[in-house]
Design a protein around this ligand. Structure first.
Ligand SMILES: [Zn+2]
Length: 391
């Protein structure tokens, strides 16, 4: 079926011709076809196209290896007969083998590891032949490779041993330390630049919430502008129990919430304040989740619960503002690197855990960050440090 529709791949060759053209014996060809090492798309199962033969010719070395592997018995490591050795073992000299050897016959055994992802081939030592001396050019090339392997890619200094260099980038300890120092300096400058930009942006507002518990509802919400002026600051009746642990943190209890508005009373004012703004939050994921929970609960109470509450009610609000997490930037600016997690360690805000105080604390952190910004163009601290990140 396939052959008839593919006029470009006419099946021209029978097994004898195909084997000869591919540089294999007829026996090898037949065994390779039987074991699937050579595949063909042809008319009736016994003829091959020129393209199929060409593919077999190009891979005849690996076809031969494949056939040897199929024919060889399998052994567990350490259980093979003593006369079967790996290529590396053959090359080792010893009291009974004065010269290094190489395989002189086919693969005589296979050891498989890790579910066949790794294999070792074993050769018969009695078939082995002396290993050829490498030529002068080969020796010189090998020496160059060994030298390159222990040369620092950063400063070009040659180490005594390649294990003294870092594994992935091949850097000496001095260069590794320097590249970390450069990375930390560049990251700190990036964070400082971000803080400067946020503080200069008239669209910036700071938001913070206190909640009934970690996955809970609002008990307090504050929003300030970029200069710390209050745009919204109110306790909120969560219509839910306040977890004692949460109350121990923010200190807001049921008595503080008498006469407080519920979220629905605040919603219009809140989103008026946030719409179109750049909302900077310490741990933005936490506070946006609180807002989403409130929006979804309020929407669900409007009437019969539609299935797409989040899409219909939350997403338009979420998209009406830009949300940015100050915690991640502050961690980067603070610079406590966690080698295990390969990231900067989050730092506590130190704001006192009331919404307005925390909004102002975030702003203070950003002022602190921006103050560390090197003046642009400064010779040793500004651009060159940032440029170093690319290296
Ligand atoms: Zn170096």
């Amino acid at each position: 079926m396939v052959g008839k529709t593919r006029s470009t791949e006419r099946a021209d060759y029978g097994p004898g011709q195909a084997a000869a053209r591919a540089g294999l014996s007829l026996g090898e060809w037949r065994r390779a076809v039987r074991s699937g090492l050579i595949r063909h798309a042809d008319v009736d199962g016994t003829r091959w196209s020129a393209a199929a033969v060409e593919r077999a010719r190009a891979s005849r070395a690996s076809i031969r290896t494949g056939l040897q592997v199929l024919a060889a018995p399998e052994y567990r490591w350490g259980q093979a007969p003593a006369h079967l050795l790996t290529r590396a073992q053959l090359a080792e000299t010893g009291p009974d083998r004065p010269v290094p050897l190489r395989p002189g016959g086919p693969i005589r055994g296979v050891v498989r590891f890790r579910r066949d992802r790794d294999r070792l081939y074993l050769y018969d030592v009695r078939e082995a032949v002396p290993k050829r001396e490498p030529t002068a050019a080969q020796k010189a090339a090998a020496e160059r490779r060994r030298l390159a392997a222990r040369t620092c890619a950063g400063c070009g200094k040659v180490a005594g041993d390649r294990s003294e260099l870092s594994r992935t980038k091949r850097l000496c300890p001095t260069c590794v330390a320097q590249s970390w120092t450069r990375k930390f300096a560049a990251d700190r400058q990036d964070a400082a630049a971000w803080a400067r930009e946020v503080l200069d942006d008239p669209a910036t507002v700071f938001l913070d919430t206190e909640t009934t518990d970690l996955c809970g509802y609002l008990v307090e919400i504050s929003v300030t502008d970029r200069r710390g002026r209050v745009l919204l600051d109110t306790v909120v009746d969560p219509r839910a129990e306040i977890d004692p642990g949460a109350q121990a943190v923010h200190g807001i209890g049921a008595a503080d919430l008498v006469g407080a508005p519920v979220y629905a009373d605040l919603a219009a004012r809140l989103w008026e304040v946030l719409r179109g703004r750049r909302v900077v939050i310490y741990n933005a994921e936490f506070d946006t989740a609180v807002l989403r929970r409130e929006v979804v609960r309020a929407a669900a109470e409007l009437g019969p619960r539609p299935r797409d509450l989040v899409e219909r009610y939350w997403l338009p609000l979420e998209r009406s503002a830009r949300w940015e997490c100050a915690m991640e930037w502050y961690a980067q600016w603070y610079g406590e690197w966690d080698h295990y997690h390969r990231d900067y360690t989050w730092q506590p805000l130190g704001g006192g855990h009331r919404a307005l105080g925390d909004c102002r604390a975030v702003r203070e952190r950003l002022v602190e960050m921006a103050a560390a910004l090197s003046p642009a163009g400064s010779a040793d601290q500004g651009q060159p440090v940032l440029a170093g990140l690319d290296a």
